[in-house]
Design a protein. Structure first.
Length: 166
């Protein structure tokens, strides 16, 4: 059985019609690399819908796309710099599509005057795969061992002299 390793991806992009297709290919490549082929179509469709709405309605075309895979769920978030949600709520707006294609979604305001819209998809085929535990990063004191207090002082070394061993 294959173990699952949590993954993260971050992309800053200036939205244009050409870039939306590029972002779709980038997200597809990452999902396939993470062995999440089953999620490619719904995730890319939802991300496309969000990016197209930003392209059509936002004054600032800069956006951030992030994906988190925790072994059971993939969370995708798109952040832009416009707080207006009305274009997303239109009768055929992207939030209707996201609600239909995701297991959950939400939005929140950012401190910089924008918003984040996120959606989550579960990967049913991987529900039983064991997660690979991630160990804590070493602290500075454990990353570099300190010599014992009773160790002899280091002998200065000069070029041409033998290297002390031991």
């Amino acid at each position: 059985m294959k173990t699952v390793v949590p993954c993260y991806y971050h992309l800053d992009v200036e939205i244009s019609p050409e870039r939306i297709g590029q972002v779709r290919r980038i997200l597809t490549a990452h999902l396939r690399y993470w062995d999440l082929d089953v999620l490619v179509e719904p995730v890319c469709h939802c991300a496309d819908a969000l990016l197209r709405t930003i392209d059509a309605h936002a004054a600032d075309k800069n956006a951030t796309v992030e994906m988190w895979w925790n072994g059971r769920h993939l969370i995708t978030a798109v952040q832009d710099h416009d707080r207006d949600l009305r274009p997303h709520y239109a009768p055929r707006g992207c939030l209707t599509q996201i609600a239909a294609l995701s297991d959950g979604w939400g939005c929140c305001a950012t401190g910089s005057g924008g918003k984040i819209i996120w959606f989550a998809r579960r990967a049913p085929a991987l529900d039983q795969a064991p997660l690979t535990p991630t160990g804590p990063a070493p602290a500075l004191s454990t990353a570099r061992e300190l010599p014992p207090l009773d160790a002899p002082a280091a002998v200065p070394w000069s070029p041409g002299s033998p290297v002390p061993v031991g």
